[in-house]
Every structure is written in C-alpha cells, then in structure tokens.
Ligand binder design. Structure first.
Ligand code: HPA
Length: 265
C-alpha cells in the first residue's frame, strides 16, 4: 500500500496542516505532541530509515495546541546512501495528506562567534555545496523551482515576533549544506564564512528543495550544537551534537509550540 493510503487507513479523517521534521537530538519534541498514532518508517513504503544515533525512525500523527501535525522523528541524510532524493516520498506524502507547510529542523555548527552552542538560528537562505539536487530525475518545467524566499518571509517574520515576545535571541542566517559525514576542515569553514555562511550542516536543503517543488511553505530552524571546525578547542563529535541539542531543547520547544499554535485556522 502507498504510504499516504496507509496513513489514511491508520488515522481516518486525520488532516494535518503542518509537517515537521525533527533533526539530530531534537526528537524529544515528539513528547509535546498529543499523539493520535505512531507509525514506524518500516511500515511506510518509501520512508527511508536513518542509521544515525538520535534518529528514531517514527512518524507521529497528533496535535500540538489543537493543530493537527505530522512529525518525522528522525530522517535520512544524503551521506547515508548518496541519494539526494531520499526524502522525496515523505515530502510528497505530506503534500498528498493536505499539509500546507513544513517545518524543518537540524543540528548545525555555527560560524558566528555571537551564536554559541545552545542557541537557535532561523534559516533565511541556503547555499548548496554538494553539487547535487533531489530534483535530478524530475521532468517537466516545474522542476525549475524558484528558490527566492524559499524560507517563507511571512513565516520567518512570525517566528521572529514569537522569539521577541518570549525574550529568546533568534538570529536569522544562511545555512550551508555540506555533504558530510565528515565535519568540515577549518579551511572550508574560513571559506564558507567569506561566502556569507552563518551555520553549516548536513541536511535540510534537499527537503527544502523537495518541499518548494511541491509548493509547500517552508520554515527552518538550526539548533547550534557547536562552533564550526577550527573555531573552538572542543573536539567535534556526534556525541557533542547530541549533548548541545539537548541544551537547546527548551528554547526550541517554546519557539515551535508557539509557532504551531499561531497556525490554528
Ligand atoms: N558541521 C556540519 N554539520 C553539523 C555540524 C558541523 O559543525 N554540527 C552539527 N551538524
């Protein structure tokens, strides 16, 4: 059975407005969802399982502040199997279910001294340093997707207002998609800084492209888990990513919950 039909059969009448992708170490937000149902990716045709620690591999159907959402607790990365289109089925499925918007989240390394680990950055644009696209195999003219304001301007303004109301420092910045899985070299980070990058990570951009191709509005948050390579004496590791994602979890929860609440239609 197609994943969209399977989800409909598990939760008849469920009509999510928002899709949410929870990145490395951010899966805990799932505890704030009033759950209707949970489905393992193993039961969903075309939902790839991530092999990375901190990615549960479950789709959660539920409500936040009365708003129906569908959340991916864990996601596959390009570096796991060199398939840029790995998130194609989930994104298409969210569109088929009637979502109008997708919220993408990730863990990232900061290039800004004033955005330390534990802070959150609102992504306002990206640079794709991988040289690949999740749309390579698409046909037709709608593959030529306009990426100006890929991160919806109104949604960003709304998120900044929420941060201000809750006295949370939330800067906007440019995210660089690096293919990974190795972290960057200090020379790469110096080059990225010159090019206007504020945070580096290994995800989110393919999902952004797939979502814009499906005309979903996109909002994206980076949780800063470390200073990027060469900026700090602390050694980069996945364990550090997980630890710092936990530190930012409360800020992240306030921002997300309040943002979702505002989307009540
Ligand atoms: N670089 C790339 N990806 C990351 C980083 C980083 O420094 N931290 C967390 N994800």
């Amino acid at each position: 059975m197609k994943s969209t039909e399977y989800i409909r059969s598990v939760a008849p009448g469920f009509q999510p407005q928002i899709a949410l992708v929870l990145g490395s170490g951010l899966g805990e937000f799932a505890d704030s969802i009033d759950k209707i149902s949970e489905i393992s990716y193993a039961d969903l045709d075309g939902f790839p399982q991530s092999g990375v620690a901190g990615h549960a591999g479950k789709l959660i159907l539920g409500k936040v502040e009365g708003v129906e959402i569908i959340a991916m607790q864990g996601r596959v990365h390009y570096y796991e199997n060199a398939q840029a289109e790995a998130m194609r089925t989930p994104i298409h499925c969210f569109k088929e279910l009637g979502c109008e918007m997708i919220i993408l989240t990730n863990a990232a390394g900061s290039l800004d001294k004033n955005k330390p680990p534990g802070s959150v950055m609102l992504i306002n644009d990206y640079i794709n340093f991988t040289g690949v696209s999740p749309l390579f195999s698409e046909t037709g003219n709608n593959r030529f997707v306009n990426m100006v304001n890929a991160y919806d301007k109104e949604l960003r303004e709304e998120m900044l207002r929420i941060a201000e109301q809750h006295k949370i420092e939330l800067g906007q910045g440019v995210y660089a998609w690096m293919c990974g899985p190795q972290f960057e070299t200090p020379a790469e980070i110096n080059a990225l800084r010159v090019l206007g990058v504020n945070a580096a990570g290994m995800s989110t951009v393919p999902e952004t492209i797939l979502a814009r191709h499906q005309q979903l509005k996109v909002m994206a948050l980076s949780v800063i888990t470390n200073f990027a390579a060469g900026m700090d004496s602390e050694e980069l590791s996945h364990a550090q990513t997980m630890k710092c994602a936990e530190i930012a979890a409360l800020t992240f929860k306030v921002l997300l919950t309040e943002f979702i609440k505002k989307q009540k239609s």
